[in-house]
Design a protein around this ligand. Structure first.
Ligand code: FAD
Length: 455
């Protein structure tokens, strides 16, 4: 017999978990289906040999909605804040140099040449208009500032968020606040200041956070609240539209197949799965969803005896410009940011390798990755002894790329979705890959579903 539910959410990453939780909180009997035995998607915290590892995201920026969610889940007391003034470094000419984080530090910094500083003054005092055509992040920075700023700061920063290529990422989609600032105020700086002033509601300083027991605390709390409404180890294998406009969803698990009919269907799955499932409703979904590229990333954590590391590790970590010729994209110094990440007398560092500019790296074996990272970071951090611990996790589809044409692809998908009342999409390819953006987007979707079901 086919079970009926008012709302079925597919995919138990943070997007699907938050969507299902918010729907249930508003009184809707939503069910969540997750293919793997563990909810959380790429958010995965594990303890090994006394080290608390984050296999995916290392931390997240606080947002108002995330804080509210943590309060609601009663896990606010488990939140940890990274030291707000922890310096971030960038590798320039073989040295780790502090990144200027404030306007005065930027103007004083020897990392930036006079021409770039003058370009910033020109932006503040002058006028510029973004081109009509979608512009890459690289073209935007060269047009407004300089190639030096792109190479030394912007490209490493972009690889820290998207593991992406600034020549291909769309500034309008990947950094909409910059695009909007220039469009509305003819100046990036004036536009950003104006937008900050106009924001209503409480302001939250974006501070990097995690939980005492790792990022997965949020996932566990959401899964606990969902209880039996969360079905793990259950894969959605197919969907079809019924005559009454509801969705027939085929679930597969170890014990067999089951069909569920749902008045509303929320797909919180990565684009390849979403494209495959939606192609059964309309083949036109396939093209725009499948053209969203993903970057493969290897997350490599190394544990060292502190006495074998010459650098103080006082800071957040470092980023590496591609011109430095290393394969490591960047490094997070976990044990400097949050307590309980490494046993007494040890340090835990997590490095990222791969991304769209080095796809071959994610094909290396875990031991090769650990060796490569140790070799590359040792001279930078004066490391004189071998790691006492290593772990490498490869994410073949780690981060969606908001490349040129992304807005058009999403508009095409959204137009197709409007032909199927009751169908919604959620996930990190829509409004930003950060955990906070996924939470915001999932909450917005749950609100739309609630209104739809109430109508
Ligand atoms: C290496 C890495 C580092 C990151 N660093 C940061 C960071 O420092 N800060 C930050 O804020 N963000 C970071 N992010 C980004 C952020 O973690 C992700 O964008 C976000 O967690 C994605 O959540 P999601 O629910 O949209 O997708 P996912 O986590 O991908 O979840 C999708 C879920 O759908 C399930 N699924 C797939 N197919 C089916 C099916 N047929 N049936 C049922 N279920 C299915 C999957 O098993 C998965 O659980 C990082 C991501 C990665 C990979």
């Amino acid at each position: 017999m086919t079970r009926h539910v008012p709302a079925l959410v597919v995919g138990g990453g943070i997007s699907g978990l938050v969507c299902a939780y918010a729907l249930r909180k508003s009184g809707i009997d939503a069910q969540l289906v997750e293919a793997s035995p563990r909810p959380g998607g790429v958010i995965n915290s594990v303890t090994r040999d006394g080290f608390l590892l984050e296999l995916g995201p290392q931390s997240f920026s606080s947002t108002f909605a995330l804080r509210e969610l943590c309060a609601d889940l009663r896990i606010l007391d488990q939140l940890l804040q990274a030291p707000p003034r922890a310096p971030r470094y960038v590798l320039i000419d073989g040295w780790l140099r502090p990144v200027p984080l404030s306007p005065p530090a930027f103007f004083m910094s020897s990392l930036i040449n006079g021409a770039t500083k003058w370009a910033l003054v020109r932006d503040i005092l002058g006028k510029s208009i973004p081109p009509d055509a979608d512009e890459s992040v690289a073209a935007f920075v060269r047009r407004k500032f300089s190639s030096q700023l792109l190479d030394r700061l912007v490209a490493p920063f972009v690889s820290g968020i998207y593991a992406g290529d600034p020549e291909r990422l769309s500034v309008r989609s990947a950094f909409p606040q910059l695009y909007e600032a220039e469009k509305t105020a003819d100046s990036i700086v004036r536009g950003m200041l104006r937008s900050a002033k106009s924001k209503k509601g409480p302001r939250e300083r974006p501070i990097l956070q995690s939980f005492r027991q790792g990022n997965e605390t949020l996932v566990r709390a959401l899964a606990n609240k969902l209880g039996p409404a969360l079905l793990t180890s259950t894969c959605v294998a197919g969907i079809s539209l019924q005559n009454d406009g509801s969705f027939q969803v085929r679930l597969e698990n170890r014990t067999g197949n089951e069909s569920v009919s749902a008045d509303s269907l929320i797909l919180a799955t990565p684009t390849d799965v979403t494209a495959r499932l939606l192609a059964a409703l309309d083949a036109s979904f396939e093209s725009p969803l499948s053209s969203i590229d993903y970057a493969a990333v290897a997350v490599v954590s190394l544990g060292y005896l502190k006495k074998g590391v010459g650098h103080s590790l006082n800071g957040f970590g470092f980023l590496v410009p591609r011109s430095a010729g290393l394969r490591v994209l960047g490094s997070v110094w976990n044990s400097s940011l949050f307590p309980g990440r490494a046993p007494q007398g040890h340090a835990l560092l997590t490095c990222f390798v791969g991304g769209t500019t080095d796809p071959a790296a994610a094909k290396l074996q875990p031991e090769e990755l650990a060796g490569l990272v140790h070799r590359e970071i040792s001279p930078l951090l004066s490391i004189t002894s071998a790691p006492v611990f290593s772990n490498a996790t490869i994410w073949p589809r780690a981060l969606p790329q908001y490349n040129l044409g992304h807005a058009d692809r999403l508009a095409a998908v959204s137009k197709l979705c409007s032909r199927f009342p009751g169908l919604w999409l959620s996930g990190n390819y829509l409004r930003g890959p950060a955990i906070g953006s996924c939470v915001d987007q999932a909450l917005a979707v749950s609100e739309e579903v609630r209104s739809y079901l109430a109508a």
